[in-house]
Design a protein around this ligand. Structure first.
Ligand code: OOG
Length: 262
């Protein structure tokens, strides 16, 4: 049975309050066990529309569950997408405030800056690369609103794929100047290596992951816009951090990006 209008409103309020006030909630599927992926994308869209009404801007798209390891962990075969909004944008020189978050984790990612609009349902990796103006190193902070970071696929999609903050490094380069699949990455916490990864962890190539996302968005008559930032998916596992920690991701050929947490 489709969700009623009041159930949609109630779930959006429930997730938005948890995010704004920084507390954990039980999964939506505990109350609505029949929630489908389509219901979840519709909830996600309503959640972003509510944020936009409240004054933030949509600034891009993020991909999740793009690595085999994460898909296996969740028992799924598909990636997911969510939206980036202006209130999520962190800066390298301004500490992330731990008290505003629940149980954050950092993920190293390759960011794309779109030089053109891109919309369709049959686009390829090559089409994506033609529309990308720059690539840059990035760190995404995910902070699921669900208890213990545990959820089903519809839950995480409704929760805008755990999106919380993101920081983009200042080294922007043209996509044809690097081999994005071969880029190695080392992420450190407080100066100690925490995890390593490579661009190919993202569905074989980050542009392939983005082509998947654009085609999915296309099914809903949406797409990427010129100027959008796209976080193409984690190139390694996510690392937890707390107040006092600093996180640094060094990408071969792409430079580095870091943040600290107050
Ligand atoms: C879902 C979002 C994960 C990624 O890049 O895989 C994600 C989660 O694990 O909370 O952003």
């Amino acid at each position: 049975m489709p969700l009623t209008k009041s159930a949609n409103l109630e779930i959006v309020d429930y997730l938005l309050s948890a995010e704004r006030e920084g507390y954990e909630v039980t999964k939506v599927t505990e109350r609505y066990p029949d929630l489908t992926i389509d219901d979840a994308y519709s909830l996600q869209k309503q959640l972003i529309e509510r944020k936009v009404q409240d004054g933030v801007k949509r600034v891009g798209v993020k991909l999740g569950l793009t690595s085999k390891a994460k898909q296996e962990m969740m028992g799924v075969h598909e990636a997911i997408y969510g939206y980036l909004t202006s209130d999520m944008l962190g800066l390298e020189w301004e500490p992330i405030v731990f008290n505003q978050l629940i149980h954050p984790k950092a993920e190293p990612e390759i960011a794309f800056l779109m030089g053109e609009d891109l919309c369709g349902t049959n686009l390829t990796e090559e089409d994506v690369l033609k529309a990308v103006k720059y690539v840059a190193p990035a760190l995404e902070i995910i902070d699921s609103r669900y208890l213990d970071f545990k959820f089903t696929l519809p839950d995480v999609v409704a929760d805008n794929c755990s999106s919380s903050r993101f920081i983009v490094g200042s080294n922007w380069i043209k996509p044809d100047q690097v081999n994005l699949a071969n880029i190695g990455m080392v992420m450190s916490k407080n100066g100690e290596v925490a995890t390593v990864g490579a661009g190919a962890a993202v569905l074989g190539h980050p542009a392939k992951a983005v082509a998947w996302a654009v085609n999915k968005l296309g099914e809903h008559k949406e797409g990427l816009k010129k100027g959008d930032i796209v976080l193409t998916g984690a190139v390694s596992e996510a690392i937890s951090f707390r107040s006092g920690d600093s996180i640094h991701a060094q990408f071969a050929d792409l430079g580095s990006v870091s943040f600290s947490c107050s």
